[in-house]
Design a protein around this ligand. Structure first.
Ligand code: GDP
Ligand code: MN
Length: 427
């Protein structure tokens, strides 16, 4: 007599059970192997310590690097621009006198130029960005772009509705490095209107960058606003695969590997910030309103080719890709992780975000007349402090959150804070 259908099925399933378990175990093993490929080994010692951890007597007679201070600004921001220059002069450039180049998409007003000239003894030049570098590229359907920009504005995407902001981001990602006004320089320090440097910078960061073969320096690292660039990571990672570029440890540290086993994880590749395997970018990037970097690195073919590819996709207009995100992904993919420097000893504020180191104990050179002329007072000295005459409140060394800073320092830092590890695991 035939077995009832249910009993028959149950028996078949019982036979299949070992196979089922085997498949589950294989999928779990596959997923953990996949995740393990993104693990970044901790170095035995710190590979990117601060250049100095206390005040130095400014060496004003040492040779300078071939470097420039650059600020893009609007005429109406002249007070904020003056504030930034005054802060940088007082804390750094009074001793080193690096030249300034000011950039604008409009001719600078006399009011702006007079205010800047009055704020520094260093040389100043005022340049208008060439028209063709501050508009829609020829290859782009301008009407479609404008419709998209209006929609981004309606959807509340940060600065998405402002055409000029799109131009600005594209400019800093690409044309900036080709500017005639910067051609003769090797290093730049980017500043913006309304920034503060609340510690004294008593050594020449350009000289140290050159000495340590650094190509990119930053102060603050933070996550990008995801809605501004849903397809950027996919574009960058596809380009990387097409050119067969191997993963650097920093690239690995920028990725949150998918916990799903193959082939399930590849089904998620259409979600924002995913590569074609389904792994996602953790959105961490360097805040590019402060940058000290090597112009030649950005002028060289690898970066320029990547930029040309990104430009063709139209993402600077159909989305609102920021130059910071583009710079960070490029640096993390193409540079040696040891060529990136975190200026942990610099204090920096822009808008509401800041980094503020504590003052180094016994490192303030209290009798230095050079330093006293600039900054006779400073906040409490604290054990482990590395700042010079900082006047910011270092009880909160940074108000940005440490996840991205720790992630981006994984390849060069001995420290592995458990919180970062845990967050990386969960997300
Ligand atoms: P945020 O720092 O991202 O909030 O953006 P900002 O409004 O500070 O702009 C970033 C930089 O680009 C600043 O240096 C601005 O002065 C500059 N900028 C933005 N839009 C324009 C513009 O339309 N013209 C000029 N000349 N500069 C601009
Ligand atoms: Mn700004």
């Amino acid at each position: 007599m035939a077995l009832p259908a249910r009993q028959f099925l149950r028996r078949r399933v019982r036979h299949l059970r070992p196979l089922l378990w085997l498949v589950i175990v294989a999928l779990l093993l596959e997923a953990s192997y996949h995740v393990s490929r993104f693990r970044v080994p901790a170095p035995e010692f710190e590979l990117d310590p601060p250049f100095h951890t206390s005040c130095q007597e400014p060496n004003t007679s040492a040779p300078r690097e071939n470097a420039v201070l650059v600020m893009l600004a609007r005429n109406e921001e002249f007070l904020q621009a003056q504030h930034s220059v005054a802060s940088l002069e007082r804390r750094f450039n009074r001793w080193f006198e690096y030249p300034y180049v000011f950039l604008n998409d409009q001719p600078f007003s006399h009011e702006f130029m007079d205010a800047m000239r009055a704020s520094t003894n260093a040389s100043t030049s005022f340049e208008v960005v060439p028209r063709e570098q501050w508009t829609f590229p020829d290859s782009l359907d301008k009407d479609k772009a404008q419709v998209s920009i209006a929609a981004q504005g309606r959807h509340g995407i940060l600065y998405g509705g402002l055409t000029a902001y799109h131009h600005m981001c594209r400019f800093f990602a690409g044309a900036f490095y080709e500017l005639e006004a910067l051609r003769k320089y090797k290093y730049y320090w980017r500043i913006e209107p309304d920034v503060d440097f609340p510690c004294s910078i008593t050594y020449d960061p350009f000289v140290e960058m050159a000495r340590h073969k650094k190509v990119y320096g930053y102060t603050i690292a933070l996550p990008e606003e995801g809605s501004t660039c849903p397809s950027l990571f996919r574009q960058v990672s596809d380009w990387k695969e097409f050119h067969n570029i191997q993963d650097t440890d920093l690239w690995k540290a920028s990725i949150s590997p998918s916990r799903l086993p193959w082939p399930l994880r590849s089904f998620t590749k259409h979600f924002p910030h995913r590569d074609r395997h389904g792994d996602s970018w953790n959105l961490c990037h360097y805040w590019s309103n402060f940058e000290i970097a090597d112009l030649d690195w950005f002028r060289a073919a690898p970066y320029q080719n990547l930029y040309a590819h990104l430009e063709k996709t139209g993402g600077f207009y159909f989305e609102r890709w920021g130059d910071a995100a583009v710079h960070a992904l490029a640096i993390n993919m193409l540079a040696d992780p040891r060529a990136i420097h975190h200026f942990a000893d610099f204090a920096y504020r822009h808008d509401y975000y800041y980094q503020c180191p504590a003052n180094a104990p016994d490192g303030q050179l209290p009798t230095s007349s050079t330093l006293n002329a600039a900054e006779p007072n400073w906040a409490l000295e604290q054990q482990g402090g590395i700042g010079c005459r900082c006047d910011c409140d270092s009880h909160t060394p940074s108000n940005v959150g440490s996840y991205c800073l720790n992630k981006l320092r994984e390849p060069i830092s001995k420290k592995r804070p458990w919180k970062t590890w845990l967050m990386g695991w969960v997300f």
